[in-house]
Design a protein around this ligand. Structure first.
Ligand SMILES: NC(=O)c1ccc[n+]([C@@H]2O[C@H](COP(=O)([O-])OP(=O)(O)OC[C@H]3O[C@@H](n4cnc5c(N)ncnc54)[C@H](OP(=O)(O)O)[C@@H]3O)[C@@H](O)[C@H]2O)c1
Length: 197
């Protein structure tokens, strides 16, 4: 399959690319350092990316930022940034991908554990992740028969916990998280939020 991975240079994206590359033609995308430049927060950039690429069989998104901070510290700009980046960035990715996917293709988005397990400081991230999951179910309904849409909900990733000085054993290695994206890509599920177990 011809698979576009947006966020390919990141922690999870690197492992997704490594996992899929032996069997698929993987096209990497991110703002910097990938084969194809794209800024998810800029719809025109997404449109330009698909115009350059033509048809793909699958899109996987492991990119998207949202602001983690106490509710009292979150500004209007922080909420706007979070919604425009990780939520609307992925919504627009699906909207634009729909015209460029081969019949029966798939899109796999990324939400996260904070959608359903809030912690202090997660207000903006939790909204965004829950929005991604709700959108995924709706988009899957509307694209049924043409394309599949799923979201992977990563738990804390072990390498991320380690970089934060926390116990990596409380998370899952990025290589294990990557398997969930492969499951979405190669299976027949749609409208699902895939938890990493
Ligand atoms: N790591 C965790 O513990 C964890 C847990 C739950 C959920 N998640 C979610 O999983 C996703 C990936 O996490 P990660 O830890 O792999 O992140 P990461 O290491 O920071 O990588 C992010 C990737 O996305 C790209 N990117 C960032 N902003 C972008 C934009 N506006 N347009 C296009 N590409 C962009 C980055 O490259 P450029 O900067 O060059 O664009 C990079 O390739 C995120 O949505 C995160 O919220 C992560």
């Amino acid at each position: 399959m011809r698979v576009l991975v947006v966020g390919a240079t990141g922690l999870i994206g690197t492992h997704v690319v490594r996992l899929l590359s032996p069997e698929h033609e993987v096209i990497t995308a991110s703002r910097k350092g990938s084969a194809v430049p794209v800024d998810l927060s800029d719809k025109a950039s997404i449109v330009a990316m698909f115009d350059t690429l033509g048809t793909v069989d699958a899109v996987i998104c492991t990119a998207g930022a949202a602001k983690f901070a106490p509710l009292s510290a979150l500004s209007d700009a922080d909420f706007e940034f979070s919604l425009a980046n990780k939520l609307m960035g992925q919504v627009n990715l699906v909207r634009c991908a729909a015209a460029h996917l081969s019949q029966g293709g798939s899109v796999t988005l990324t939400s996260g554990i904070l959608a359903r397990h809030s912690v202090e400081g997660s207000a903006a991230v939790s909204i965004v992740n829950a929005g991604v999951e709700a959108f995924c179910r709706s988009a899957a309904l509307e694209l049924k028969g043409k394309a599949r849409v799923n979201a992977v909900s990563p738990p804390w990733v072990a390498e991320t916990l380690q970089s934060m000085g926390r116990n990596p054993a409380d998370g899952k290695p990025a290589a294990v998280v990557a398997l969930a994206y492969k499951r979405s890509l190669t299976g027949d599920i749609t409208g699902q939020v895939i938890d990493v177990t």
